[in-house]
Design a protein around this ligand. Structure first.
Ligand code: ZN
Length: 215
């Protein structure tokens, strides 16, 4: 029996439908043992601005400190690298998880991947992951390079259960050498804690559940 976790959740701080408190209480009700709230930062979607980071962090930290809930609460963020000007501001907070989205799905994937690696190099204390991982744009000639860097920099591969068809052909490269995170990408209470697709994937690939990160 593995932990019931959900490390990718949105709230009204970005494009989610409910307040952080409502989402967390819904997770408690569903018996989810650990949640990580990961609202959007600096993207074209409704997202946190640099100015809002402090309020976001403080709000979640307050819920975590003041309410004795059976669910562990972690504070994360999901970054779109399209606007990297504000990446430096992330250093000022104790994030439990920083997810980078759309790294390999755009033509500029090499540049974005390098930015992720640079960020991790400069900030080794952070857990850095790939949100709703897909390797869409990675050509065969670069696959070995990409996976060796993911391993070397301990970049977490998110198995996103909100995307039913997330597994492209390069997922065959994933094994017990890598670290994984599981997230539902929930914007609504209804989809919280749905982890079955990710667990099935790990089982099928014979990857032990202890390769799922603990925040
Ligand atoms: Zn998301």
């Amino acid at each position: 029996m593995t932990r019931i976790i959900d490390y990718h959740i949105h709230t009204s701080f970005s494009d989610g439908f409910f307040s952080p408190r409502d989402m967390i209480l819904a997770a408690v009700e569903r018996g989810i043992q650990e949640v990580c709230i990961t609202d959007h930062y600096s993207t074209w979607k409704p997202a946190l601005s640099v100015m809002e980071l402090e309020e976001y962090y403080a709000t979640l930290d307050e819920i975590r400190m003041n309410e004795s809930l059976p669910t562990k609460i972690f504070i994360g963020i999901e970054v779109d690298l399209s606007s990297i000007d504000f990446l430096d501001s992330l250093k000022d907070f104790q994030w439990d998880l920083i997810l980078f989205e759309y790294v390999f799905t755009q033509s500029s994937w090499e540049k974005k991947f390098q930015q992720v690696l640079n960020f991790k190099k400069k900030n080794p204390k952070f857990n850095v992951g790939l949100a709703h991982t897909r390797f869409t744009r990675v050509p065969e000639s670069k696959v070995d390079y990409v996976f060796s860097k993911i391993s070397e920099f301990e970049i977490i591969v998110e198995l996103n259960t909100g995307y039913g068809n997330y597994m492209d052909k390069w997922f065959n490269y994933l094994d017990d050498e890598y670290w994984y995170s599981i997230g539902s990408d929930s914007h609504h209470k209804n989809s919280l804690g749905n982890t079955i697709l990710a667990l099935n994937f790990l089982e099928k690939r014979k990857i032990p559940f202890n390769r799922i990160i603990t925040l």
